[in-house]
Write a protein that binds this ligand. Structure first.
Ligand SMILES: [Zn+2]
Length: 379
């Protein structure tokens, strides 16, 4: 299993010079690929390998940095190239400003890690701020300079397979349902409501002010660049906070439960409404579902995605009778059949859990007694 660690590094002025050299080299390769792909159409994958061969023959420094991963540059290029073909756009050259990165392969212990620094052959000891101990075999290190001129490192490792108890051997299986909504980030079938961290909305005003200041500065001036960095830094801090939130919530859910049921996202339906789209991209459900999926695999749990056209909102989770379609603003409703007052979202989360439990029991009929539904008292 592969695992990535990401943390900030603090290179010295001398080290920055070296890093910049590598950024320049990878940028040169990338831009040469862009140039070739713009003149040679259709651009074949084999052509990109020949571009690198040619460059290495002509440039001594490329021969002298064998541990730099060309695959990293190629992958970045191919990803961007594919996207441009899809969108029918012209591929852009990488500029000397803004984000830059390169990867190093861990050959002959070229990358060594302790809890305060990463030592890289040829670059030296880079001071680092690590929040977790790095375990496993190091395969690759990627150094990134962000738009705000901060440096980060990602270390890709190969981990020994996790020893987990298979689900079917467990005494009890906790099954939870999650409803992802518009008024909240998610509501769990146990009634816990997790609000949207609306970082972007909260900070939109501040961002607008920063951008206004930028517009007043002269393009290309030192002050303009300074302001750009300020804005990039602001964006980065929002992304970091959002990721921390998503990691915290997804880890908790996967660790505490065995079967996690969510709806498939049909984001297209919602994106039609511009007022909602900002909140949705802010809430980043896609990223969250990705995290649930790989963490479930990591911990030996099961994530089930149910069809979102199941009427989870308007089915009574108690007596299963259907009610009329509920308008978005209706947060509570009463089931006339069994006389229950429902919280709209909790009821939906419970129904999602029920749908997922049905799927799991169909696959494994013998586990019926072990299944513990995670339920709210309010139902
Ligand atoms: Zn009912």
């Amino acid at each position: 299993m592969l695992k990535t660690y990401r943390f900030r590094i603090y290179p010295t002025a001398e080290q920055i010079k070296q890093l910049e050299q590598h950024f320049r080299e990878t940028r040169m390769i990338y831009n040469r690929l862009v140039e070739r792909s713009n003149t040679e159409q259709p651009f074949k994958r084999e052509s990109s390998t020949s571009v690198i061969k040619e460059l290495r023959q002509d440039h001594l420094f490329l021969q002298n940095t064998p541990s730099v991963s060309y695959k990293h540059v190629l992958n970045n290029f191919h990803r961007a190239h594919q996207r441009c073909i899809l969108l029918n756009r012209k591929l852009k050259y990488k500029s000397a400003h803004g984000r830059a990165s390169f990867s190093l392969i861990n050959r002959d212990q070229a990358i060594l890690v302790d809890n305060k620094a990463v030592s890289i052959k040829g670059i030296g000891r880079l001071r680092a701020k690590m929040t977790r101990l790095i375990k496993g075999n190091i395969l690759l290190a990627t150094i990134v300079k962000t738009g705000s001129e901060r440096y980060y490192m990602s270390i890709l490792t190969k981990q020994p397979e996790n020893k987990v108890v298979p689900l079917l051997q467990k005494e009890k299986l906790r099954c939870i349902g999650l409803d992802m909504g518009i008024t909240h980030f998610l509501v769990r079938s146990d009634g816990q409501r997790i609000e949207n961290p609306r970082y972007y909305q909260q900070n939109l005003q501040r961002l607008r002010r920063l951008q206004k200041d930028l517009a007043r500065k002269q393009r290309g001036s030192a002050n303009y660049r300074k302001q750009q960095i300020k804005i990039a830094r602001f964006h980065e801090s929002l992304v970091n906070r959002r990721n921390a939130f998503l990691h915290r919530e997804s880890s908790k859910i996967v660790q505490e439960n065995d079967i996690i049921v969510v709806e498939k996202l049909g984001i297209q339906d919602l994106l039609g409404d511009r007022r909602l789209s900002l909140q949705i991209s802010d809430a980043s459900w896609y990223r969250f579902l990705e995290m649930l999926a790989y963490k479930s695999q990591w911990y030996g749990k099961r994530m089930i995605q149910i069809d979102r056209y199941a009427p989870t909102t308007r089915t009574c989770c108690r007596c299963r009778s259907l009610t009329a379609k509920l308008p978005l603003q209706t947060r509570e409703w009463h089931c006339p059949q069994c006389d229950t007052f429902h919280d709209r979202d909790i009821n939906a989360a419970i129904n999602i859990m029920i749908e997922g439990a049905k799927i799991y029991m169909k696959e494994h009929p013998q586990i019926q007694q072990k299944l513990i539904p995670v339920l709210s008292d309010r139902r």
